[in-house]
Design a protein around this ligand. Structure first.
Ligand code: TXA
Ligand code: MG
Length: 510
């Protein structure tokens, strides 16, 4: 394609520059391409009644020409010019939801070229709310085809910057109206059938439509993961929203989802593979490896819709190899969010518990008498081992009266081995430390029995030796000279190395 100069104009919704709009209108009337914001996503506008303009649109997007375009209008009176047989139900729906994020399919009028409808005898029509969109549609002659303004196969654009990334040098003009409001494409409803059928979910939900016209059905190809049937909206058959990385959706209870994603991210990261994580405001702090992006808040699904495509685009720029996404509530707009996310993932969905069951322990705690020497040393040694699964590693004491720092001789020994316990504060063992995915390792038999008798239902409490079938015991060095600390440290180092091997072996055998 020939390189052209792409004009970018910032447009203020509340004070639109008439000259800029007139210019956009002129370009459209001459068969050119102008990208503009709508409340859903940015659209790549062209004259819908001009077959040649449609051809240009397909070429610019790299889109297959059997994938029809949506005709955008600014006034409901213009509908009969492009659509025939407008039913009462359609009128009721329009009355309620137009202008808005809703596209309706009708039989087409002769005036709409087959180039615009991808060869179909039906036409998709939408009347957007966005003031800039409506002004551009009017300026361009009233009938503007506008697919999402992205290169075919990339996430739809939710800002002018996204449009610029894909189309600089390929289209005549971009109108920059800032970030869009909704962030997902319009709901598409086929009004040529009764009951009406949803071909693409969006901000206007099935429930909202049913309140107005009674029963509404959903295209089966939207629901099924794999089907031999062609979707009723031709565009839905393409794997549209595909990020460069391999995207997996992790489903389940949010606590399990976090554990599973942590586990997967740790596994990849330790092999030097870059990982991205799609998290929410509520969950992002729980991830410690990988590039974590906050997609919005679980308290407001709209925020997730708004950020979804932007986040996918950002990951395309980082060179992550895998992306793990949390899954979201599918109520309301959540249905559309999960539809787009599933498409982006090529329907690659896994159950969190299928992953979490592959890791037995998530925390290892070393328990000693006062948590100021053997325990913290063991913890620090284990942190320095090469572990195939991720553990939160710590230490506790049976009797800790106040949070003392580590014993000075223990610290001197650690320093001489390029390690430190400077951050350590002794902590008393308590009930909360005894959950099912914590492995508790004591130094002495008596400590183990004390824990077992003090608390109910404790699992996973072993002496270090017992856990590894090794009867060597690391004695307390308390009150002994430095060289005894040193000798005990060496024994501890050997045992912890063996422990790491044991944990790795167990991880492989689950
Ligand atoms: O929110 C939106 O709808 C955005 C903004 C720019 O308005 N536009 C948009 O257009 O998403 P596009 O081209 O990316 O997606 C149009 C979808 C495609 O899946 C296409 O197959 C379907 O609408 N479609 C268009 N005409 C159709 C028809 N006559 N019958 C069935 N599906 C149709
Ligand atoms: Mg699209």
């Amino acid at each position: 394609m020939k390189f052209m100069k792409t004009l970018v104009e910032i447009v203020d919704r509340h004070q639109m520059d008439e000259q800029v709009l007139a210019r956009a209108g002129q370009i459209l009337k001459n068969g050119g391409l102008v990208a503009f914001p709508t409340e859903t996503v940015y659209g790549l506008g062209a004259n819908a009644l001009d077959e040649n303009a449609a051809r240009k649109t397909y070429a610019a997007k790299g889109r297959p020409s059997d994938n029809p375009l949506i005709v955008h209008i600014a006034d409901v009176e213009d509908l009969p010019i492009v659509a025939r047989n407008i039913s009462d139900k359609a009128k009721q729906i329009m009355e309620q939801f137009w202008p808005g994020p809703l596209t309706l399919i009708f039989e087409k009028q002769y005036i709409v070229p087959l180039g615009t409808t991808g060869g179909l005898q039906t036409v998709a029509v939408r009347m957007p709310t966005d003031e800039i969109a409506r002004a551009v549609i009017r300026a361009g002659g009233g009938y503007i085809s506008a697919p999402s303004a992205n290169t075919s196969g990339r996430p739809s654009p939710t800002s002018a910057q996204h449009v610029f990334e894909d189309f600089d040098g390929k289209i005549d003009m971009i109108l920059d109206g800032g970030n869009v409001d909704i962030g997902l494409e319009s709901t598409i409803v086929d009004m040529t059938v009764d009951p009406p059928m949803i071909l693409r979910p969006g901000a206007i939900t099935k429930e909202m439509l049913e309140e107005v016209v009674g029963e509404v059905t959903v295209d089966v190809t939207l629901l099924a993961e794999e089907t031999t049937e062609a979707p009723k909206a031709p565009g839905m058959k393409y794997r549209h929203y595909a990020p460069k990385a391999d995207l997996t959706i992790v489903e389940g209870d949010v606590v399990d989802v976090i554990k599973a994603i942590r586990q997967l991210a740790y596994e990849k990261t330790r092999l030097g593979i870059k990982v991205g994580i799609i998290a929410t405001s509520e969950t992002q702090e729980y991830y410690s490896t990988g590039i974590v992006k906050n997609i919005g808040t679980r308290n407001n699904e709209s925020s997730i819709a708004k950020n979804l495509y932007g986040v996918l685009r950002e990951f395309d720029q980082e060179d992550v190899k895998y992306i793990y996404s949390e899954s979201f509530n599918s109520e309301g707009i959540g249905d559309a969010i999960m539809n787009r996310l599933n498409k982006a993932a090529g329907h690659h969905v896994i159950q969190a518990t299928d992953i979490t069951k592959l890791q037995k322990y998530r925390r290892v705690l070393f328990v000693s008498k006062s948590d100021n020497s053997r325990g913290p040393m063991a913890a620090e040694l284990l942190r320095n081992e090469n572990l195939e699964q991720e553990y939160v590693i710590g230490s506790r004491g049976m009797v800790v009266l106040f949070p003392e720092p580590a014993n000075q001789k223990a610290e001197a020994i650690m320093r001489s081995r390029q390690m430190t316990l400077a951050e350590h504060e002794a902590t008393q063992l308590d009930e909360q430390d005894l959950d099912d995915d914590t492995l508790i390792l004591t130094f002495e038999e008596s400590q183990k029995w004390k824990i077992v008798s003090d608390y109910e239902n404790v699992k996973n409490v072993f002496t270090l030796g017992e856990y590894m079938d090794d009867d060597r015991v690391v004695p307390s060095s308390h009150g002994q000279p430095l060289n005894v600390y040193g000798e005990n440290f060496e024994l501890l180092r050997e045992l912890i190395h063996k422990l790491a091997e044991r944990l790795n072996e167990e991880a492989r055998n689950i």
